[in-house]
Design a protein around this ligand. Structure first.
Ligand code: FAD
Ligand code: AMP
Length: 483
């Protein structure tokens, strides 16, 4: 094997492995270096997303939802179930099997596409050279025409609640619990905190989320955020806004260990809570440790992300960076699209990523999903706009499925009728919002969507009706806007 490549990718998460596969498809001699190991101590591809992020969290969300539904969602269908039991280690085992299947799948895809998969650590040197330390500690220097950094991110830890892996855990630890904690504290009511809090709430924990900000899901459309908070509170999540955690203390020993959390409440007064487990979910930071030699020429921005332009080129020629390690939302699909763009640009194409149309989902139940601008953002821009909403309680399909919470909200330019954003809390919101994302990508107006035939009875009809409502033409709800 020669050590000269067209492309060397550092990191095999969704940004890196997708980039490597696309580069190889384009005929480029490509290697992808990954340092993560699985529980058996073997090198594993897939990064955060497949191993400790998107996929395992969704596996547990689905398992926990099944358990919740059996207990709380069957009776009204006329189904009586006695004594639903719970085997947490089996549930975690199922999640692990899914992770194994998918990560092994990447190994297969690398093979099928001719990507050289290297387990170990990569470090960028000057002149597009990569120091590769394999799992036995042997060091080789790889030369490449292009290097793509896809080193991802890791959880932020805060000194007021240091993760001990036992009582105070991070998102990774929260995917490994072998028993349901009686009282579970979560610091941070962001996307990951809500998802993990939901999992354990459905399995029986009493969950308290302490969130420093006063607005709930501040980056989301606030009408949708308020509706979401109402739904989650009804489900039993205790969401305390304006509460900043200032300290934590481990109490007790052995199996009876607990953590006492001190926080400043919304009224400014100090308060304390005792939890069996505490999950710290205060965000993630770009991962660049031991990655960049001082003379490699790659600069970081003020947030510690690798600085890149709109095409993910760093300021070192031939060095690119994609995914969580660069600016923008920390989302798997954003990183993957950047990976494709970079591979294609290396091959001489002019590919771009449309950063304005990236869907964002909170996988609670029902799901919360959005694309484009929020009402607050459009209002601030001063552009004239109109809104079409449609509640799921008026959807036949949603009622049949007993999924009547939530709504579709479409924000539309008042004059051009172009769809500017869509925000949904409701059943299958993630898939519904993707339909609007496709429409927006093609420059759709609300009328274009209104003129389309939507199958009946489907949840998609709620999207159709919201588009109709924007122009006062909704059929299945009274129109606020008269036309
Ligand atoms: P990563 O997936 O972090 O991969 C980077 C890889 O690079 C890692 O495997 C790391 O070991 C490796 N690496 C780093 N440095 C080196 C080095 N020097 N040498 C070799 N290898 C190196 N996003 C969504 O879009 N949808 C979701 O539903 C979702 N759910 C999530 C749930 C949880 C609990 C978490 C934690 C995250 C979730 N995310 C979700 C975020 C998503 O996981 C990340 O945005 C995504 O994984 C980023 O991809 P990446 O390839 O940039 O980085
Ligand atoms: P996200 O970035 O979406 O994962 O959300 C992380 C959340 O954690 C943010 O909403 C922060 O406001 C919140 N957060 C950060 N530090 C603290 C703290 N000390 N106490 C409570 N919440 C915090």
């Amino acid at each position: 094997m020669s050590d000269k490549y067209d492309v060397v990718v550092i990191g095999a998460g969704p940004a890196g492995y997708v980039c490597a596969i696309r580069a190889a498809q384009l005929g480029l001699k490509t290697a992808c270096i990954e340092k993560m190991k699985n529980s058996e101590g073997k090198g594993v591809n897939g990064g955060t997303c497949l191993n400790v992020g998107c996929i395992p969290s969704k596996a547990l969300l689905d398992s926990s939802y099944k358990f919740w539904e059996i207990q709380h969602g069957s009776d009204q269908h006329g189904i009586t179930i006695k004594d639903a039991g719970l085997d947490v280690p089996k549930m975690i085992g199922r999640k692990d099997a899914i992770v194994k299947q998918l990560t092994q799948g990447i190994a297969g895809l690398f093979k099928a596409n001719g990507v050289t998969s290297l387990f170990g650590t990569g470090r960028l040197l000057a002149e597009r050279k990569v120091e590769y330390t394999d799992e036995s500690g042997k060091v080789t220097v790889l030369e490449a025409d292009n290097v793509v950094i896809a080193s991802g991110s890791q959880p932020i830890d805060i000194p007021v609640a240091p993760v001990d892996g036992e009582v105070i855990i991070d998102s990774t630890g929260a995917l490994e619990l072998q028993a349901v904690p009686g009282r579970l504290g979560v610091i941070g009511a962001g996307v990951i905190g809500l998802e993990l809090g939901s999992v354990w709430n459905r399995l029986g924990s009493e969950v308290v989320l302490l969130e420093a900000m006063e607005d709930f899901l501040a980056i989301m459309d606030q009408q949708i955020a308020k509706e979401t908070k109402k739904i989650l509170t009804k489900q039993g999540l205790d969401i305390r806004l304006g509460c900043r955690v200032t300290g934590s203390q481990i109490k007790g020993r052995g199996k009876s260990k607990k953590v006492e959390v001190t926080y400043l409440g919304a009224d400014g007064a100090e308060a304390k809570e005792i939890f069996d487990k505490l999950i710290v979910c205060v965000g993630r930071r770009p991962f660049t440790e031991n990655l960049l030699a001082p003379d490699c020429g790659v600069a970081l921005d003020e947030r510690g992300s690798i600085y890149v332009n709109e095409h993910c080129a760093t300021n070192a020629p031939g060095v690119w960076a994609v995914g969580d390690v660069v600016r923008g939302p920390m989302l798997a699909h954003k990183g993957s699209e950047e990976g494709v763009m970079v591979a294609e640009r290396i091959a001489g194409h002019k590919t771009q990523v449309n950063y304005d149309i990236i869907t964002n989902v909170v996988y609670i139940h029902p799901e919360v999903a959005s694309v484009g601008r929020t009402e607050e953002q459009v209002k601030q821009s001063g552009e004239p706009y109109k809104i079409g909403t449609f509640p799921f309680v008026a959807s036949g399909r949603a009622l049949a499925a007993d999924e009547k919470d939530g709504l579709v909200k479409m924000i539309v330019h008042e004059e051009s009728d172009r769809v500017l954003g869509c925000h949904i809390v409701g059943p299958s919101a993630a898939d519904l919002v993707q339909q609007v994302a496709i429409a927006m990508e093609f420059g759709s107006t609300a009328e274009d969507l209104a003129l389309m035939v939507f199958g009946h009875p489907t949840l998609s009809e709620a999207v159709h009706e919201a588009a109709l409502a924007a122009n006062g033409h909704a059929i299945h709800i009274p129109n606020k806007r008269k036309r």
